[in-house]
Design a protein around this ligand. Structure first.
Ligand SMILES: Cc1cc2nc3c(=O)[nH]c(=O)nc-3n(C[C@H](O)[C@H](O)[C@H](O)COP(=O)(O)OP(=O)(O)OC[C@H]3O[C@@H](n4cnc5c(N)ncnc54)[C@H](O)[C@@H]3O)c2cc1C
Length: 458
């Protein structure tokens, strides 16, 4: 690897848009993750696909590692430059190329955020459904196969990316998928790149599926005496096929934290946060059916709001819950866990986790996208307390083992990066080396975000 020559070549190509300033390196050294800062050697700000292809060709020639950067909100160290190299920041590739209303499809550059896309769609009667808490970039979201509160109804990025333009490790530009809703034309390369965390290529354009704005939307909260009652309600709701648009759990500790942070006054009990989409009568029917199931499990205070302001306040509160939990213990840092189990095992998974955290004395409010069987315990640790950190990490590891034992996965939505690398063999067995073989075929020199997701190369 010849870093200095590579950077000189990149500088000739990008001019001022190749940065080595300390502030830029610091910004791209960290993410929202728990991992220590790891700065790249430089940051590139491309504006076109051709520039990305040229960047890749230069980096391939000099074997310089290349790490894509969307908004840096990923939680498992994915966007950090642990082997140095070039961080390719897509914030200047933020153009919405086309909104094809009749086809309910949008073509966007990777730096467009989900918030910006939905703002642009506002007058069209359409929306883009995938909603992680952060206002992440669509390129980053595709790369981590993100999901969030609405996946229970509208699916994850896997279901909502129809096609991609990708720059490969050799600097070739390829296209996968089409604007059609389905296809039987060969290997599903779109599906391969979605969730590949930048290890197989850099995404330079996405073709996204849009959904029609529902005629009526209502949101609700419902309190329960125990987490078990709330979770049993969720399981019944999903098994009865009530088409929930959102169904989120907050345990009592999470509710206490959001009350303090967002100046709310919810009863300090486990809650479900809900949203119903449909026609006005459909929404009423769904809410009534849910209300009956909740009552069977002792649910109280169930009420639904149709006013936009009330709904917005509710989901803003939910999206800020991570920061509320962090603020509940000043100075603490978070190890965010993310397991997902089949819905029939959800109650067991959450109850075992709660009991385990209580036994281990690890503070870890629980919340999650429970309609998908996905939940997070946000383990709060003090950076100066090595024993406490070790204890929290051991509890996180037991969560992963629990997920696998119950037939689930080590990560529902946050992905692998370096944080979950050690568990990949346990989830995938011989399929993990196969992932390594795919990576070696597409990136023989191992320059695309090396050291993450696939088995280490000798
Ligand atoms: C408070 C909070 C709440 C969150 N809630 C959720 C949630 O509910 N659901 C969820 O799924 N996630 C959640 N996340 C995690 C995070 O928002 C997602 O992982 C998101 O998809 C990351 O997008 P990003 O733009 O920040 O990507 P980055 O963090 O910048 O990058 C993520 C990965 O994608 C790669 N990458 C970025 N752009 C490209 C590109 N154009 N081509 C190739 N590779 C690229 C990077 O190299 C890296 O591997 C949450 C994070 C926070 C901080």
């Amino acid at each position: 690897m010849d870093t200095q020559t590579a950077l000189a070549d990149l500088s000739s190509c990008l001019g001022q848009r190749l940065s080595r300033s300390k502030s830029d390196l610091d910004l791209h050294a960290r993410s929202e993750s728990y991992f220590p800062p790891a700065p790249p050697d430089a940051v590139a700000y491309p504006e076109t696909t051709e520039e990305v292809a040229e960047i890749m060709a230069i980096c391939a020639r000099h074997r310089l590692p290349v790490i894509g950067w969307g908004t840096g909100t990923s939680l498992e160290g994915q966007a950090q430059a642990f082997s140095g190299g070039l961080s390719v920041d897509f914030s200047r590739m933020n153009r919405i190329v086309e909104i094809a209303q009749a086809d309910m499809v949008a073509r966007v550059q990777p730096g467009v955020t989900r918030g910006a896309l939905n703002e642009a769609l506002r007058a069209t009667g359409l929306f883009f459904s995938v909603d992680p808490g952060a206002d992440a970039s669509l390129g980053g979201m595709a790369s981590t196969r993100a999901s969030g509160t609405t996946a229970v109804r509208y699916g994850t990025m896997r279901d909502n990316v129809l096609g991609l333009e990708v720059v490969t490790a050799r600097g070739e530009v390829i296209h996968t998928g089409t604007a059609a809703r389905k296809s039987s034309a060969g290997y599903d390369l779109t599906g391969l790149f979605v969730g590949s965390e930048g290890t197989l290529g850099l995404i330079t354009e996405l073709t996204l599926r849009l959904h029609g704005q529902p005629e009526a939307i209502s949101a609700a909260v419902c309190a329960f005496e125990s987490v078990a009652d709330a979770v049993e309600t969720v399981i019944d709701t999903i098994q009865c096929a009530i088409p929930m648009a959102r169904i989120e759990l907050l345990d009592a500790d999470s509710v206490r934290a959001v009350n303090a942070y967002a100046k709310m006054n919810l009863p300090e009990k486990p809650h479900l946060l809900l949203e119903f989409h449909g026609s006005p009568s459909g929404v009423t029917e769904q809410a009534e059916a849910f209300g009956a199931l909740a009552a069977d499990h002792g649910g109280s205070g169930f009420d639904w709001a149709t006013q936009t302001e009330a709904r917005t306040a509710l989901w803003t509160m939910r999206h800020n819950a991570y920061y509320a939990i962090l603020a509940s213990r000043p100075g603490a840092r978070a190890i965010v866990t993310d397991i997902c189990v089949p819905i029939s095992r959800l109650a067991e998974a959450i109850e075992e986790t709660r009991a385990d955290l209580a036994r281990a004395g690890v503070p870890g409010p629980i919340l999650g996208h429970v309609g998908d069987g996905n939940f997070h315990a946000t383990l709060l640790v003090d950076d100066t307390d090595a024993a406490g950190i070790a204890c929290a990490k051991a509890a996180a590891e037991r969560m992963v083992e629990r997920a696998l034992r119950l037939g689930g996965t080590i990560t529902g939505e946050h992905g692998i990066g370096v944080g979950k690398l050690g568990y990949m063999a346990r989830e995938h067995g011989q399929a993990w080396p196969l992932m390594g073989a795919i990576k070696a075929a597409l990136d023989p020199d191992n320059i695309l975000t090396p050291g993450k997701l696939v088995p280490p190369r000798n």
